[in-house]
Design a protein around this ligand. Sequence first.
Ligand SMILES: [Zn+2]
Length: 101
Amino acid sequence: MVRLENGARPIRRTRPRTCIGCGTESPKKGLIRVVRKPDGSVSIDPTGKAPGRGAYLCASMECLREAKKRKALFRCLKVEIPASLYDEIEAYIATLPERTD
Ligand SMILES: [Zn+2]
């Protein structure tokens, strides 16, 4: 529990959602969550609510490529990332609507 000195009502700490590809902080909405589940498997978490350690990535092929190159998922989740997961993320990005902002 975090106690705030100014007496404000403690709010749940929100961790920054930083893209592991480009390192940019983005609102959670624009990021894909990849989760390492308690059983050690890694998958995309479209709901953003799956239990486990999460890594965030912009819905962008460039960020995915960068993350792959830098082994950012591995470094963030501390678990080997199967090549098939990158294919899955790529396919998932392709299904998302184009961002218009
Ligand atoms: Zn990014």
